[in-house]
Design a protein around this ligand. Structure first.
Ligand SMILES: C[S@@+](CC[C@H](N)C(=O)[O-])C[C@H]1O[C@@H](n2cnc3c(N)ncnc32)[C@H](O)[C@@H]1O
Length: 253
């Protein structure tokens, strides 16, 4: 566990990730993302050394969505995964992007305004604003580690996806290989520096803290199974610095 504020300045989420979930309250996480919503996308590209679009495309492919399908993208941020999903389900498909930060949702709405069937809404991943079995797939990219309860996050994804549909989670991983450890050291060192240059130092310190204790891939797979998902698999990308988990909602009996 962490100390009450973990040395974080006021207005910046204090918590580290734990085996159960992020120790930072969602209200703090939401305000922090509101604050960085304007710089989030270019920062993301830099921090990921321009790998992030490739990771996102792979996550979208793993949903196995087809034209006419329906998907939900959770912790959608500025909406890029949601927009990629939307492209995949055309013609005729629909995508809902959900995020707890009104600032991030505002950026997504402005950017993707006027695409029929692509909708963004402010909402909590732990209590999704959607009925049961409403979607063919659910995705979450770099959002799971921000949630205070990973099990509840996956249970909600399972709830809103129909039997046989897929749940996909893309997240920064605990490094295993030598290459991943080197990349992670680069990430830990460079992210706060880039954050400071963008005038958002403390927020990007949080980013580094938030990935530090995120569970290992096997543990995340176990949490997904406990949430009722089956056929859970995972794969590393870019030397294992990110992991993509996929599970399926069991077919109806
Ligand atoms: C690192 S960003 C990822 C954004 C986007 N998915 C991407 O790939 O760029 C994490 C997002 O999770 C959102 N978030 C954090 N806690 C949340 C919660 N409880 N419910 C919904 N969204 C949440 C934040 O507001 C933020 O937009």
């Amino acid at each position: 566990m962490t100390s009450p504020r973990d040395g974080a300045p006021s207005g910046v989420p204090s918590g580290l990730a734990t085996e159960r979930g992020n120790a930072a309250p969602s209200s703090e996480v939401s305000s922090m993302f509101d604050g960085i919503s304007g710089v989030y996308d270019p920062m993301n590209l830099l921090i990921s050394a321009f790998q992030e679009p490739r990771w996102r495309r792979r996550a979208v492919a793993l949903t196995r969505l087809r034209p006419g399908g329906r998907a939900i993208d959770i912790a959608t941020g500025t909406g890029k995964v949601a927009a990629d999903l939307h492209r995949r389900v055309q013609p005729g498909g629909e995508v809902l992007g959900v995020d707890i930060s009104p600032g991030m949702i505002g950026v997504a709405e402005r950017r993707f305004n006027g695409r029929p069937g692509l909708t963004f809404v402010v909402g909590d991943a732990l209590a999704l604003p959607a009925p049961d079995a409403a979607f063919d797939a659910a995705s979450i990219a770099f959002g799971m580690r921000n949630l205070p309860d990973y099990g509840q996050g996956f249970a909600e994804m399972r709830r809103v996806v129909r039997p046989g549909g897929r749940v996909v989670c893309l997240e920064i991983a605990r490094p295993r290989s030598r290459l991943a450890r080197i990349l992670r050291a680069w990430f830990d060192g460079i992210v706060p520096v880039i954050g400071r240059l963008a005038g958002q130092g403390s927020a990007y310190d949080y980013l580094v803290r938030s990935v530090r204790n995120y569970p290992a891939p096997e543990a995340i797979a176990g949490i997904m199974r406990n949430a009722g998902l089956v056929g859970v698999t995972w794969t590393g990308m870019s030397g294992g610095i990110v992991t993509l988990h996929v599970g399926t909602v069991p077919p109806a009996r």
